[in-house]
Design a protein around this ligand. Structure first.
Ligand code: LRY
Length: 233
């Protein structure tokens, strides 16, 4: 894979659809994620974000779109779960994905390292692989760009101690990053309407990722029900 062939230009101004279902979710199945990705492709998606080698392998059979791959893995006593260690990076590289996303927050990782310690090792081992930094704050994203990540994402805003309770999507963070980041910005997390997506592009993101609002029917159902209950209430 060539870092210069630039998957980032392929997804520029496109919608990346996140097709994920964890073991505890009703749609957990590589078969279903493959069909979900195909539906996203037919709907006009320009890229897919997916979790696990099994799902990615299946998705590749159905769509020829750039893939942002992650492995969500929970380690004891650790909050970092999106591609937390070199082991998950190795697994994704062995499968082959256009870009790998990993937690780039300032939290301690399962092996006790920080992203500033781990990422240089990853970059050294996989010189031509594209990497996306899943961040929760402006400072983390700035640090990630400095470390050599190829792009920064707002994926974890609202999900860390420092950002808990933030209203999503985090337009403020996106705006600040687009103005100041030296690498492309990917908006991800909490985009739930086409209007919000449009606003992200107007702010100047390279691309935006939408997940739950498109691919998690249980959550979508809950949103509808909440609105109805409110009215009844
Ligand atoms: C925090 C976390 O675990 N985020 C995950 C990252 O891959 C996914 O569960 C999200 O669905 C994805 O980021 C897209 O966001 P949203 O589903 O809000 O459109």
């Amino acid at each position: 894979m060539d870092r210069d062939n630039n998957m980032l230009s392929k997804i520029q101004d496109k919608l990346v659809v996140s097709c994920q279902a964890l073991p505890e979710e009703p749609l957990h199945s590589p078969f279903i994620m493959g069909r979900m990705a195909y539906a996203a492709f037919l709907g006009g998606a320009g890229g897919i974000r997916a979790n696990s080698v099994e799902d990615i392998h299946e998705i590749k059979k159905h769509v020829d779109l750039p893939i942002i791959g992650i492995i969500k893995r929970v380690y004891d006593d650790c909050d970092v779960f999106i591609t937390p260690t070199l082991k998950e990076i190795d697994e994704l590289c062995a499968e082959g994905v256009d870009m790998i996303a990993l937690d780039a927050t300032d939290r301690i990782r399962p092996d006790g390292s920080t992203i500033s310690e781990l990422f240089p090792m990853i970059r050294e081992k996989y010189k031509n692989q594209l990497f996306m930094a899943d961040c929760s704050t402006y400072e983390e994203a700035m640090k990630a760009a400095e470390l050599g990540f190829d792009c920064v994402g707002t994926t974890l805003s609202g999900y860390t101690e420092a950002t808990k309770g933030k209203s999503l999507p985090d337009f403020e963070l996106v705006e600040k990053l687009v103005k100041n980041s030296s690498v492309p910005v990917i908006s991800e997390g909490g985009i739930s309407t086409p209007e919000e997506l449009k606003r992200m592009y107007e702010l100047g993101v390279n691309a935006a990722v939408v997940g739950s609002a498109i691919t998690r029917p249980m959550d979508i159902t809950k949103r509808f029900m909440k609105a109805v209950r409110k009215q009844e209430g």
